[in-house]
Design a protein. Sequence first.
Length: 256
Amino acid sequence: MTEQAISLENVSFSYDKDMILRDLSIAIPKSRICFVMGNNGSGKTTLLKNIMGFLSPQKGKIFIDGQDVSKTDRHTMSRLISYVPQAIHLNTDFSVIDYLSLGRTPYVGLISKLKGDDFQIIEKFSTRLGIDSIFGATFNNLSGGQKQIVAIARSLIQDTPVIIMDEPMSALDIGKQVELLQLLYELTDNKSILLTTHNPNHALAIHSDACFMKQGSIVAYGASVDVIQNELLSSIYGDHVVLDQGTIRKSVVFNL
């Protein structure tokens, strides 16, 4: 039986009377990367916040690595799952290295000094993502794309078995998007990654799964190359978004 990294059982969530998530059930296996897609307001970010435990569903259960999120303390959660939000602004003048070091807090605490292994993992992902040259810069003074890369690095430095990312490539140039996709795919050797995107080509570029949401419900889930089809794209985005079969791989294009 395949082990599950993330499992939702009949999860529903609402803000007051507005139902945002409707009876969601999904099981995401370990060592997989899954892209969550859907139009604006379909419930993607709310789904991630429920998985993280930032919000609590009115119905259903959520499990991370077999542990019930509603019964798991924050310290344990911080060793199970890391999170990259859509946007970050700090209320303090942290340097980039200060912010990256926060990724090691679940293991060393807030006041303990980092050790050799901590610095090694910081150096590993900072170098891979090309931010080792801006350690001394103030985080809040960075460009939107730089902030996004630093936030991604911090989540990887946290070294959790499950990683959640909310539109992590929205501010990245195409070259950086490709680099990140390559890195995330490599990480699935021992990590499970759930991320949102508005670009189906991200899911088609690598071996991955795709989960499509519409009006708070999951309307499709499976291998990206199988799930992403014209009928689905049309129902989500309209008739001007179509699938090009291509000679090397499928891609989604505009039909204007």
